[in-house]
Design a protein. Structure first.
Length: 102
């Protein structure tokens, strides 16, 4: 298992720049175990971002974000929301973020 650490929310929001339509991706494996990107954390982040005027277009928590096949399967039902999105914030390890990018 990989250990993850959540960045401060203000830093995440600052990195979005003018983008206000955001899709959130968590991870059901390491980030859930570390409490940095599981269901509870993503729901909390969603609420906090909405309070700052950011529109959350959707969210998804694949079983393991770093496994490309699981990621694609989990994201498939969200394609319409992803097309409406200006930015995606991935709460996982670096491999999970890279898998999403790929």
């Amino acid at each position: 298992m990989i250990i993850t650490e959540q960045k401060p929310l203000d830093e995440v929001i600052e990195s979005l720049g003018a983008r206000t339509k955001v899709f959130l991706v968590g991870c059901g494996d390491c980030a859930t175990a570390c409490r940095t990107g599981g269901e509870a954390e993503i729901q909390k982040i969603k609420k906090m971002m909405e309070e700052k005027g950011i529109t959350i277009t959707g969210l998804c928590i694949p079983d393991a974000t770093c496994v490309a096949a699981k990621l694609k399967t989990a994201l498939a039902p969200h394609l319409a929301a992803l097309r409406q999105t200006e930015a995606v914030v991935v709460f996982s390890c670096g491999l999970g973020a890279q898998s999403f990018r790929d």
